[in-house]
Ligand binder design. Structure first.
Ligand code: HEC
Length: 150
């Protein structure tokens, strides 16, 4: 009986602990946020679903909206690399309508968008989106990007 009570107390405590990112000291917040974030990505990797499949199941329409909001400043409305910010960059944004882009391995595309150009040896002018877009959103935007070179 005592052990049962103790067990219940432990469970209650665990459930009562504050949700991630809430209630922590402000100094620790960014760290907690980052951990939570990496955890989310790690889960997808652990499910071991190939990126190709993730993209095949993605929502192209939602991807188009994400592209319009996040990517067009550099890549342009139609993905040709001619957005309003393009001229200011040292490295030209990739023309995403080119067939080569569609032929790149999906894992590579996923990495470039999630971790940025520098993560694959390209220009750091291509930002990392992993903090702003979750795995499904990255798959969505890539599903849309892949329609541009078809
Ligand atoms: C601030 C400008 C900027 C924004 C915003 C931007 N990109 Fe890029 N992107 C670049 C640049 C510059 C390159 C070319 C990097 C290079 O060639 O070294 C690039 C390259 C790429 C590539 C090609 C990678 C390769 O291996 O050829 C893809 C795919 C891509 N971007 C997707 C996206 C998507 C999707 C978004 C929106 C979520 C986005 N980009 C937003 C600047 C940007």
């Amino acid at each position: 009986m005592t052990w049962l009570r103790l067990g219940t107390a432990v469970i209650t405590l665990a459930c009562a602990s504050p949700p991630r990112e809430a209630g922590l000291g402000s100094a620790r917040k960014p760290v907690a946020g980052r951990e939570a974030h990496e955890h989310r990505h790690a889960q997808v990797d652990r499910q071991d679903r190939p990126v190709r499949q993730l993209i095949a199941e993605a929502d192209e329409q939602r991807g188009a909206q994400i592209f319009a909001a996040r990517c067009t400043p550099c890549h342009g409305t139609h993905g040709r690399g001619d957005g309003p910010l393009a001229a200011k960059l040292v490295t030209e944004p990739r023309d995403l309508t080119r067939r080569e882009v569609g032929n790149l391995p999906p894992e590579h595309l996923y990495r470039v968008v999630r971790d940025g150009g520098a993560s694959v040896g390209l220009s750091k002018a291509m930002p990392a989106w992993g903090r702003k877009l979750d795995d499904d959103q990255i798959a969505d935007v890539l599903a849309f990007v892949l329609t541009l070179s078809k």
